[in-house]
Design a protein around this ligand. Structure first.
Ligand code: URA
Ligand code: SF4
Length: 215
């Protein structure tokens, strides 16, 4: 199956999924969207009110800020893939529970494997935890690191920036690092040094997590 077919299949499964209780309160599941060949994958937390109504990720106020951030580095929404840790809205926008995140994790892993992004940007602490464990966002935001064969960068959630002006500026500054990180990721991929870029059999054993030389 092509990446496009795999992503379409995942979206179809998500739309009727009942693997956790979040299915009970949803209007529409939000599988995520973007081109299968996207070089950047953004992973948020979970759908909010507007996302649940429309079945699309980041279409409310946080999404407007995300659009502005993308624009600031000359990217359009249609250039990137955007998804969430949980695909159905938690009631009253509460935090997703560990069992909901783990029930939904397989969809996210399959999306990552299909897209093979050059850069994964985590938005907020739940997607950060998937790659960075219990690291503190205040310590690691905006710093690219190699994790699971992917270049990953943790950022504050755009919604946090809407409530706090100083964070808004921090997020803006972190976004400006994306083009440089992407160029570095492209170089590593061309040299066959990214696990995601070639067939698993051709890859050397996983290196320990490392800070990119550039940063
Ligand atoms: N916040 C998220 O984490 N994801 C969305 O899709 C919208 C808001
Ligand atoms: Fe299924 Fe994920 Fe929705 Fe839970 S949140 S019902 S696991 S798609």
């Amino acid at each position: 199956m092509s990446p496009e077919e795999i992503l379409r299949e995942i979206a179809a499964e998500v739309s009727v999924c009942t693997k956790c209780d979040l299915c009970k309160g949803r209007t529409k599941a939000v599988p995520g969207e973007g081109p299968p060949s996207a070089r950047i994958l953004f992973i948020g937390e979970g759908p909010g009110y507007h996302e649940d109504k429309q079945g699309r990720p980041f279409v409310g106020p946080a999404g407007q800020f995300l659009d502005e951030l993308l624009q600031s580095i000359n990217l359009k929404r249609s250039d990137v893939f955007i998804t969430n840790v949980v695909k159905c809205r938690p009631p009253n926008n509460r935090d997703p529970l560990p069992e909901e995140i783990s029930a939904c994790n397989d969809y996210l892993d399959r999306q990552i494997a299909a897209i093979k992004p050059l850069l994964i940007v985590t938005l907020g602490r739940y997607s950060m935890a998937k790659f960075f464990g219990s690291a503190k966002i205040s310590a690691i935001h905006g710093k690219a690191q190699k994790k699971d064969g992917y270049i990953c960068m943790a950022m504050y959630h755009p919604a946090a920036g809407l409530h706090q002006a100083s964070l808004k500026e921090t997020i803006r500054q972190d976004f400006k690092k994306i083009p440089v990180v992407l160029a570095e990721a492209e170089r590593l991929a061309a040299e066959g040094k990214l696990g995601s870029a070639s067939s698993p059999a051709a890859n050397p054993p996983e290196e320990p997590p490392q800070q990119l030389s550039l940063f």
